[in-house]
Design a protein around this ligand. Structure first.
Ligand code: SF4
Length: 381
């Protein structure tokens, strides 16, 4: 059986986990370069390996994993147990499925019971929200499972994302898709795109926040830069000559303009970060960038021979020489747990201050705030 570690060396050309990019921006298929593995990716691999062991009933030494990972894996496996208790399903764990030459993947968990197919994907990351709806990766896995396991009777397909560590959202997202719609998508979208990429015919750039987020080409992508400028120009007229005084005053923008700019801001931030990194890289390599120069970054002064410095300082100003700070409630609870002390002993000393109002996407799990407009207006004046 192919293990996760081996997949790294034998990566699918048309990787389902990157389908959101190559399916939408076909040019990126040849421009994006596989990135070095990150510590987050390694954590994800470890969490998946643990989940696999648990689902296969293998022995697990809990000392090898931190409590956050154990909790996340417990949540993921509890969802699978729930479905198994409702009605026994045939189960495949870490199942490799092939769709078409060059397009294959490993599904975290497949459940099947004669007409219902569940494709379950465990996401350990907590930085980027992943939805089950319109999820190209899950749709490819579902097609792969139907082909690979010869599930000719399938009627309903359930796509699951289980992302326990992402804050303020339901950790289990479920989307049902009719098998007819899934097959139509495969025939009319997936296969033609793979064919056109293989034949290098009709390739196009299609920048979007979703497609460009992890694309390694984003720092030098002309299409993305033009896309960002086009968005900017709808509000800023001539981006090349923008100065602070020429930017529209936010309180003169319409609600539609504010929403448009807010939605584009993530893409802009990513692009500007990539532009900064590219400019720095060129300057470090010796390029002259008109109007810019390489300087040493700012740093605050630090103590050296800290203990000696502290002793000297204490001789002048005694306890004013240092500060002590209590650890956070979360850190305290973790430490009590490690010592097997009931964390509830701290309850009376912990409170949660009310958060300032912030704007979030409408699918955010937090309850919508209803503010008293008159009171708010008084604060502003
Ligand atoms: S940065 Fe975006 S538009 Fe450019 S190649 Fe990558 S995915 Fe396509």
């Amino acid at each position: 059986m192919i293990k996760r570690g081996e997949i790294k060396m034998k990566h699918a050309d048309f990787s389902p986990s990157a389908a959101y990019r190559w399916l939408n921006c076909t040019e990126s298929f040849y421009l994006h370069k596989q990135q070095e593995t990150s510590s987050e990716a390694e954590e994800g691999t470890k969490a998946h390996a643990l989940a696999e062991k648990v689902l296969k009933g293998e022995n697990v030494n809990s000392d090898d994993y931190d409590s956050e990972m154990i909790q996340a894996v417990n949540y993921y496996t509890s969802i699978i147990d729930y479905y198994q208790q409702q009605e026994p399903h045939k189960i495949w764990v870490e199942k490799r499925v092939n769709i078409i030459e060059g397009c294959f993947g490993t599904v975290d968990c497949i459940l099947w019971n004669d007409n219902e197919l569940h494709i379950i994907d465990f996401k350990y990351g907590k930085g980027v929200f992943v939805d089950a709806k319109d999820n190209d990766q899950l749709k490819i896995y579902a097609i792969g499972a139907i082909i690979e396991l010869k599930l000719t009777q399938v009627q309903d397909v359930y796509l699951h994302i289980i992302q326990p560590r992402y804050p303020n959202q339901e950790p289990h997202r479920l989307h049902k898709i009719d098998v007819k719609d899934l097959k139509e998508w495969g025939v009319n979208k997936l296969i033609p795109v793979i064919k056109s990429i293989k034949e290098k015919k009709g390739l196009c750039f299609n920048p979007s926040e979703h497609a460009c987020r992890w694309c390694s080409h984003s720092g030098s992508c002309k299409a993305l830069a033009e896309h960002n400028l086009a968005i900017a120009k709808t509000d800023f007229k001539d981006i090349a000559n923008v100065e602070e005084s020429t930017l529209p005053v936010p309180n003169e923008l319409s609600n539609e303009q504010l929403v448009q700019i807010k939605k584009a801001s993530d893409l802009f931030k990513k692009w500007l970060k990539a532009v900064d990194a590219e400019a720095l890289r060129r300057a470090r390599a010796g390029d002259k960038l008109p109007g810019l120069k390489l300087v040493e970054g700012r740093k605050n002064r630090k103590w050296q021979r800290e203990e000696e410095a502290l002793n000297l300082l204490k001789s002048f100003i005694s306890e004013e020489a240092y500060t002590t700070k209590i650890i956070t409630p979360a850190q305290a609870e973790k430490k009590l747990k490690e010592r097997k002390i009931d964390k509830n002993v701290l309850n009376e000393f912990i409170y949660k201050p009310q958060g300032e109002p912030v704007l979030a996407n409408e699918n955010d799990k937090r309850k919508e705030l209803k503010l008293n407009a008159e009171e708010e207006f008084k604060c502003i004046n």
